[in-house]
Design a protein. Structure first.
Length: 70
């Protein structure tokens, strides 16, 4: 039994794939920018609230001296 290319839907594509792919790339770029912004905000607020300084570098809050019990 021989099948034609019309019956093999798994191996054919239409021009509709191009806008969907462009949309996926756009969503990926936007998601990357949002994730980067959130990391910068986490770094900023950690620096401000735990160390009292400005900056967006990612530092651990474990080294702060807010509650020095010694």
């Amino acid at each position: 039994m021989k099948r034609t290319s019309q019956e093999l839907g798994d191996f054919t594509t239409t021009a509709r794939v191009i806008p969907i792919s462009l949309l996926a790339v756009g969503i990926g770029i936007l998601s990357t920018l949002v994730a980067w912004l959130l990391l910068r905000l986490i770094g900023f607020f950690t620096n401000v609230f735990y160390y009292g300084r400005g900056g967006t570098s990612l530092v651990s809050p474990a080294g702060n001296h807010l509650l020095n019990l010694a």
